[in-house]
Design a protein around this ligand. Structure first.
Ligand code: ADP
Ligand code: MG
Length: 616
């Protein structure tokens, strides 16, 4: 066949495949045009899941008759001054949205420019453009798109259910609305209003989109580095979602769904959210236009930063700092919850001086302790003074069920008064253990309940991470290498990561079939249920759908190790062990939450308790 130049309508139809993949993309392009036109109010009707009608009306600057003719042509735009593709200050700039939509649907644009005596309408049907006709409407523009994709039946087959398209359209509008609180947005289907937002303050807009809990369950983010500014809010680990749909990211006011940026979020929350949970965030990155390229994706969803590593670091660091600072506050939450149900709330008046009514731990500033600074390979054993006296029994494999800490058997002795010196510590002096699961301790002004497994898991994890970063993880060869049988695909995934695992102290080799043999383990984990740990790690690795960075994977492995080797609920602890655990929690950053984001301890002040009993 001879080479030929494609006719314009065919070129547009091909481009439409990228620019308007699905109905929500039409909503996005038309709403962006309205915002670029300076609209204060945007009304969107979305019928039949976007198949029958999408109509977007705005009160922006409008278009003249001549503008209308050009607007529907491909690569015609009013938004690029000169030839500068760098300083792009508008949402649009490619000049292909209207041409693309017109190529695959029946489109009508009615528009009236500022101070123009009349309005004009132009129609485009499957790429065929009609002459503009006079029409009537006040200043602004209404674009109606009927029978979307009727000209490309193949595309029609790929549309999802009406509900799914409605959901995407709503999400698209919310993204734009978050960046433009000063603009009123309405998105309605034939059945209901899906988004209805008045012009409002940025705070009110955020609350309207993220939900009322967000303000109280999030922290403010503000960081600047080398021309990039990051600001917004991000949720505490206590507020998360099973889908990433509550993540709103913007670059210079443009909503983006960028894998690099979501990767940075995942890295920041890795230690505090369980796999499969996603934080709520509304984060804005601002930078001079030359530091970011927005022209890398036809739908402009992704961006390239001049220095991607710097931006990632900026996000990860800012979020981690915020999470750390907020972490210990979470432990006070129970007090707040109780206060809210206890009678007499709000009547004020507590006999304790305000400063004493709450103890707030600052994660950033580790508390001074006599042994701070000394390298403590196993902090728990230190209090117990016994390194290897862990109890037998447990998992039936003949291994000690508990890992590294080798907790001593509780000594049989009469109860004593709590350690007076420890009373003034943030987590107080251990009083007792109950249900072999929780530690009860007393502080100067209240009590603390610690979940021993959650707290210990966190400590082991942080210790392994510190070791890895400092001098590498101490390794212990197994006298009798342990053979573990695995499903073949799990074994394959595990062996594929053998090198990483060895850098973490876990040496595994193939042993034929699905079996692997474990030859070395991290010293702190020696003696634990290695087989189960290895099986879990292998399953994790086989099932991980997301490609994690190496350090993310390493941390994930460490977290799994920590979980397996922490003091189980159900372990008896001696008073010394309990006190040692409390002291180590105080010393360890991020220790107010376990690796899955649950609190490791809760506090009640005397004032809280008195209110509980109606004494206040
Ligand atoms: P782009 O937005 O990339 O410029 P479009 O195809 O979306 O390309 O729009 C082409 C041109 O039509 C815009 O540059 C703008 O001048 C004009 N236009 C489109 N929509 C509107 C609107 N709602 N109000 C005013 N002008 C508009
Ligand atoms: Mg546009």
């Amino acid at each position: 066949m001879p080479i030929r130049r494609l006719p314009e309508h065919l070129v547009n139809r091909i481009a439409a495949g990228e620019v308007v993949e699905r109905p929500f993309a039409v909503v996005k392009e038309l709403a962006e045009n309205a915002l670029d036109a300076g609209a204060r109010r945007i009304d969107i009707f979305f019928h039949g899941g976007g198949r029958t009608l999408i109509e977007v009306a705005d009160d922006g600057c409008g278009m003249t008759r001549d503008d209308l003719r050009l607007a529907v042509e491909r690569h015609a735009t009013s938004k690029l001054e000169g030839d500068d593709l760098v300083r792009i200050g508008t949402l649009g700039f490619r000049g292909e949205a209207l041409a693309s939509i017109g190529a695959v649907a029946r489109m009508s644009i009615v528009s009236r420019a500022e101070e123009a005596p009349e309005a004009w309408e132009i129609r485009v049907e499957a790429g065929r453009v009609e002459e503009p006709k006079p029409a009537a409407r006040p200043r602004g523009t209404t674009v109606s798109v009927r029978d979307l994709f009727f000209a490309t039946p193949a595309r029609l087959k790929f549309l999802r259910s009406e509900q799914a398209e409605n959901r995407e359209a709503a999400q698209t509008v919310r993204r734009l609305a978050m960046a433009h609180p000063e603009v009123a947005f309405l998105l309605a289907t034939e059945k209901r209003r899906m988004v209805d937002l008045p012009a409002q303050s940025p705070e009110a807009r955020m609350a309207a989109i993220m939900g009322r809990d967000f303000a109280a369950s999030s922290f403010a983010v503000e960081a600047v580095r080398e021309g990039y500014r990051l600001h917004g809010r991000a949720s505490l680990p206590t507020l998360s979602h099973g889908q990433p749909s509550m993540q709103f990211l913007f670059v210079n006011g443009r909503p983006v769904q960028d894998r690099q940026l979501t990767g940075a979020l995942r890295a920041a929350y890795r230690d505090v959210l369980a796999a499969g949970r996603h934080p709520y965030v509304a984060l804005f990155i601002e930078c001079p236009p030359e530091l970011v390229d927005v022209n890398v994706h036809p739908a402009k969803r992704e961006v390239r930063f001049r220095d991607p590593a710097l931006v990632r670091g900026l996000i990860v660091r800012a979020l981690r700092e915020g999470l750390d600072a907020a972490a210990h506050r979470a432990a006070d939450r129970l007090g707040d919850d109780l206060r809210s149900v206890v009678p007499g709330r709000g009547q004020g008046g507590t006999s304790l001086p305000p400063g004493l009514s709450r103890v707030v731990l600052e994660a950033q500033a580790p508390l001074p302790s006599p042994d701070a600074g000394r390298r403590v390979p196993s902090g728990l054993a230190e209090g117990a003074g016994v390194e290897t006296g862990a109890c037998e029994s447990g998992d039936g494999t003949g291994h000690r069920p508990e890992g590294p800490e080798a907790l001593a058997e509780p000594a049989a002795r009469p109860p004593e008064a709590p350690d007076a010196a420890a009373l003034s510590r943030p987590l107080g002096a251990a009083l007792a253990q109950f249900h072999d699961t929780y530690i009860l301790s007393q502080t100067d002004d209240g009590i603390v309940i610690v979940d021993q497994h959650a707290a210990h898991e966190r400590l082991v994890y942080e210790r392994l991470k510190r070791q890895r970063e400092a001098e590498g993880i101490a390794v212990q060869p197994l006298l009798v290498p342990e053979v573990v049988d695995l499903p073949p695909d799990h074994a394959e995934a595990l062996l594929g990561a053998a090198e990483e695992l060895q850098s973490l102290g876990l040496k595994v080799e193939p042993f034929g079939g699905g079996a692997v043999v474990v030859r070395e383990v991290p010293a702190v984990l020696a003696g634990g249920g290695i087989a189960r740990l290895v099986a879990d790690l292998a399953a994790d690795m086989a099932e991980q759908e997301l490609p994690l960075s190496l350090s993310e994977r390493l941390d994930h492995v460490l977290a799994t190790m920590a979980c397996h080797h922490s003091v189980r609920a159900g372990r008896r602890l001696s008073r010394e062990e309990m006190d040692a655990l409390l002291r180590e929690v105080e010393r360890t950053p991020r220790s107010a939450q376990c690796n899955h984001g649950r609190p490791t301890y809760v506090k009640l002040t005397l004032a809280d308790i008195e209110r509980l009993f109606g004494r206040k």
